[in-house]
Design a protein around this ligand. Sequence first.
Ligand code: FAD
Length: 331
Amino acid sequence: MVHNLVIIGSGPAGYTTALYAGRANVGPLMIDGGVGKGQELLGAGGQLMITTEVENYPGFEHGIQGPELMQIMRKQALRFGVEVVEELVSRVDFNVYPYKIWVNDDVYEAKTVVIATGASAKWIGLDEEKPAWEGGLGGRGVSACATCDGFFFRGKEVAVIGGGDTAMEEAIYLTNHASKVYVIHRRDTLRASKIMQERALKHPKIEFVWTSAVEKIHDPAEGKVTGVTLRNTVTGALSELALQGVFVAIGHKPNTEVFAGQIELDDAGYINTHHNVRTSKFAVFAAGDVQDHEYRQAITAAGTGCMAAIQAERLLEQLNVLSVDEATADW
Ligand SMILES: Cc1cc2nc3c(=O)[nH]c(=O)nc-3n(C[C@H](O)[C@H](O)[C@H](O)COP(=O)(O)OP(=O)(O)OC[C@H]3O[C@@H](n4cnc5c(N)ncnc54)[C@H](O)[C@@H]3O)c2cc1C
């Protein structure tokens, strides 16, 4: 069976594509990411599954918890008949039409594809920060998710590494649990938006450690964190800071490994798009954070998911009267 539309990923972009395509009777199949690979690759629901309050998604006057919002999006999409495969896509072949998408040994064929695989947290690259499922310390001392692991640090001193919005959000969230939160940043200015900066800078529990990089996390062999060694990025001087938890919040990497060589990516690995959501390959669309390094918001992801669904539906209509070669000429 050749599917009209296969949606890869189930964050706000994927669910919105599914909702629109389902209501248009396209009969989409969604491969939702399953349980993912922990913090390296989040599973079904995507990034909002690891956050708390979402205050800027329209329609929720008093805000909503991220996981609850994703549950609602899933249920809304399922109402309109999307079929869901709870797995990760392992390989694709966009060279022969209809396209092939593999989930391990199972192969799905598609006339149109929407890639909505989002982005994943970056690690700083120290051995000590390896997450638990790789035999590291995740959850016990080093984490990339304050919402998941903040609870384990009640009354303790922790550090957040980074200077962007995610770092500020993580730091502010951690003040609910920790007695003190250091924000360790390589530079002397922040990349975070003004409002997030202001909230963090004036928070009594947050202390900024400027122009500093973490060189080493102490005592991972004992299954805990007792401190970090810092290197001053201007003078090179080393110093130590005692604390019990490290939260890495240095940004995200688009989840595009499985598409490398199949569609055009930019230098950072984001999918290049034209006409809003068209990729370099005929009938393959990309929506959400996987093609957006500028806005990276739930609402923009949902918005591009809507565009992708509408464009896919129009293309399927065209394919009823045009050959693939004719339709490709217009791409
Ligand atoms: C801590 C945190 C807090 C945030 N707070 C807010 C906020 O308050 N407001 C806001 O608007 N935005 C917020 N964001 C940003 C928002 O979460 C993202 O912009 C949004 O989730 C992007 O949606 P997406 O659908 O593009 O991708 P994602 O949400 O990243 O979802 C990607 C999906 O693709 C799946 N996937 C990945 N690879 C594969 C594969 N190979 N096969 C199948 N599936 C795959 C994943 O499992 C996941 O389901 C926050 C982000 C973080 C990390």
